[in-house]
Design a binder for this molecule. Structure first.
Ligand SMILES: Cc1ncc(COP(=O)(O)O)c(C=O)c1O
Length: 350
């Protein structure tokens, strides 16, 4: 997170993970409808309802939060006591690991293998759980690879969790970037599932910080109470704008989708031509996680940055230093030139 806030910016920035900003002027709102304060002690009811309707769940199961970041923190903090075992995918989005360490949980890992298309192998998860496992954490779509986990695999993970009295946290912040392949939220798969998400990555309105948790009502109440320590009450103008965003979600998604899909086509053509890079391609998602075949990604990304004004996220942040993450969905012209510069930097390294 620190690297991304301080080091990732470059004229050709492929170090993004979400789509470009949706402009406020294109959101059909009348600013006269925006108020500073409102009734939102434990969530603003129209926003709670909009989130609940989006997922087909009861509003009692919805906890508003400041982005998926706070959603993950609240969810894990309510479930985990110091010393509890938590099983987290590898590679993982760094802050999820950091929350677990911050909570002094006992962190165990299960591997997603590149040769298996980064898919989750339930047998691997089963071999890693113990009677002490309290929580299994995954991202779907997976950050950094955009791998989509099927409902049947998720159900198996739910069964494994239930067999040891654990819960499953699924961070679905990228899930709607599967577009027409988007499944229903895994929250519907069983009482052991807790889901976190936001409007950040797929809809281009990160600044609203509209995040949420879906959890059983008893857990949801605990999360609301814990959030009293951190946020007390949400920013009400943000809630009002978020309700408008929910009313026009298709507009927001489709605007970004055009860019994501144009970028994906360029990336796919690029990968076909590159023997020095290998990647598992997906038909969805806003990120790809290629591997450099012949040299260290850190050395390559340093050269790419200093000589070619182009950035991508080093794989070391996902504990996979041979890889780097490329983000799609911001600006296709910039993306095309960024790929072009990656080609030039690869030639320079020969
Ligand atoms: C898997 C995952 N979860 C959560 C977040 C944070 O999302 P938000 O901006 O909604 O806090 C990110 C951001 O990159 C992410 O990749």
């Amino acid at each position: 997170m620190y690297w991304s806030k301080t080091q990732s910016l470059a004229p050709f920035n492929l170090a993004t993970s979400g789509v470009g900003s949706f402009p406020l002027r294109e959101l059909p709102i009348d600013l006269k409808d925006i108020e500073i304060n409102g009734e939102n002690s434990y969530g603003y009811p129209p926003l709670q309802k909009a989130i609940a309707a989006h997922h087909g769940v009861n509003p009692d199961c919805v906890v508003e939060s400041a982005g998926t970041s706070m959603a993950n923190h609240l969810a894990m903090a309510v479930i985990l006591e110091p010393g509890d075992e938590v099983l987290i995918e590898h590679p993982a989005y760094g802050p999820i690991l950091d929350i677990a360490y911050y909570l002094e949980a006992n962190v165990k890992r299960f591997l997603r293998a590149e040769q298996n298309g980064w898919e989750i192998d339930p047998a691997e998860v089963r071999s890693c759980v113990t009677p002490k496992t309290r929580l299994i954490v995954i991202t779907n779509l997976h950050n950094p690879t955009s791998a989509l986990t099927s409902d049947s695999v998720l159900r198996e993970i739910g069964d494994i969790a239930r067999s040891v009295g654990a819960l499953v946290l699924v961070d679905e912040v990228y899930l709607d970037a599967a577009y027409e392949n988007t499944p229903r939220t895994s929250f519907h798969l069983g009482p052991e599932f807790i889901v976190t998400s936001s409007l950040t990555k797929v809809y281009g309105v990160s600044g609203l910080r509209c995040g949420w948790i879906l959890a059983r009502p008893d857990l949801a109440r605990k999360m609301h109470r814990l959030n009293d320590l951190y946020g007390a009450t949400p920013v009400h103008p943000g809630e009002l704008l978020s309700v408008v965003a929910f009313n026009h979600l298709d507009l927001l998604r489709e605007r970004a989708r055009g860019i994501v899909e144009a970028d994906r086509k360029l990336l796919s053509d690029f990968l076909q031509k590159q023997s020095a890079i290998s990647a598992v391609e997906t038909e969805w998602g806003t990120t790809s996680f290629p591997r450099l075949v012949n040299e260290s990604a850190d050395a390559f990304l340093g050269r790419l940055r200093s000589e070619f004004d182009t950035s991508a996220v080093p794989g070391r942040f996902f504990e996979m230093p041979d890889h780097f993450r490329i983000g799609m969905g911001v600006n296709t012209e910039m993306f095309a030139e960024g790929l072009n510069r990656i080609s030039q930097a690869l030639v320079r390294g020969d």
